[in-house]
Design a protein around this ligand. Structure first.
Ligand SMILES: CC(C)(COP(=O)(O)OP(=O)(O)OC[C@H]1O[C@@H](n2cnc3c(N)ncnc32)[C@H](O)[C@@H]1OP(=O)(O)O)[C@@H](O)C(=O)NCCC(=O)NCCS
Length: 175
C-alpha cells in the first residue's frame, strides 16, 4: 500500500481537489456532475478520500440504494478514482476496502458495482446473480455487474436495485 496513505471521510473543503481528480482519472468521461450531485446529498452517500502528504490522491463514493422500490440495506459503489500518477499503489483497493468495512459496520448487507471484474474480483465482488441492475445492460457488460454480501442476510437481498435520482441516467450505465 502507498506509504503514508490515510483514508478519511471527505469534507466540503475537499471539493476542489475531488473536482480536479476526476477529469485526470477519467479523461474521456465527465463524471463531475454525478459526483457533485452525490456529494450534495450526504444522507445517502459515504464519501471517502485517500490522502498522502495532505494531497487527495483518491476518492470513492458509496450510495445508499433500495431493492424493488423499497428501502433496503443495499449500496452502490462508484465512482472510484485514483490520481494517475499513483495508480498501482494500492490506493483504489484501500479505498474500496475501507468503504466496505464502513458499510458493514453500518449494517449494509449488499454492495453492487458496475466495473471491471479483474479489479473488483480481487476485493471480494462476484458476478451478481440475485440483484439486477436498474437498467438493462448490454450482454458485454454481463460480467461487470457484481455484488458482495457484507452480512448474513442473503435471503433479503434479491430483486432490482433501486437507485436515487442522481444515478437515474442511462448514460451512466450504458455508455
Ligand atoms: C481503477 C482504479 C481506481 C484502480 O486504482 P489503483 O489505486 O490503481 O488500484 P490498486 O493499486 O489498488 O490495484 C491495482 C491492481 O488492480 C489492477 N487494476 C487497476 N485498475 C484496473 C482496471 N481498470 N481493470 C483491471 N485491473 C485493474 C492493476 O493491474 C493492479 O494489479 P496488480 O497489483 O496485479 O498489478 C484506478 O486505476 C483509476 O482511477 N482508474 C481510472 C478511473 C477508473 O477506471 N475507475 C473505475 C474503476 S471500475
Amino acid at each position: 500500500m502507498a506509504k503514508g496513505l490515510r483514508i478519511r471521510d471527505s469534507l466540503s473543503a475537499d471539493l476542489a481537489a475531488i473536482e480536479s481528480l476526476y477529469p485526470e482519472a477519467f479523461p474521456d468521461e465527465d463524471l463531475l456532475p454525478l459526483v457533485r450531485d452525490l456529494l450534495a446529498d450526504e444522507a445517502i452517500t459515504t464519501s471517502l478520500v485517500g490522502v498522502i502528504d495532505s494531497q487527495i490522491v483518491g476518492h470513492v463514493i458509496f450510495t445508499k440504494c433500495g431493492l424493488n422500490g423499497e428501502p433496503a440495506n443495499a449500496s452502490l459503489l462508484g465512482p472510484l478514482a485514483v490520481t494517475p500518477a499513483r495508480h498501482g499503489q494500492g490506493i483504489g483497493s484501500a479505498l474500496v476496502r475501507a468503504g466496505l468495512q464502513r458499510l458493514k459496520d453500518n449494517s449494509v448487507s449488499i454492495v453492487c458495482v458496475l466495473g471491471d471484474p479483474a479489479f473488483y474480483g480481487r476485493l471480494g465482488f462476484l458476478l451478481a446473480t440475485s440483484v439486477w441492475p436498474p437498467y438493462r445492460l448490454p450482454p458485454e457488460y454481463d460480467a461487470a455487474w457484481q455484488s458482495q454480501e457484507l452480512n448474513d442476510t442473503a435471503l433479503a437481498n434479491s430483486g432490482e436495485l433501486s437507485i436515487p435520482k442522481q444515478w437515474q441516467q442511462p448514460s451512466l450505465w450504458i455508455s
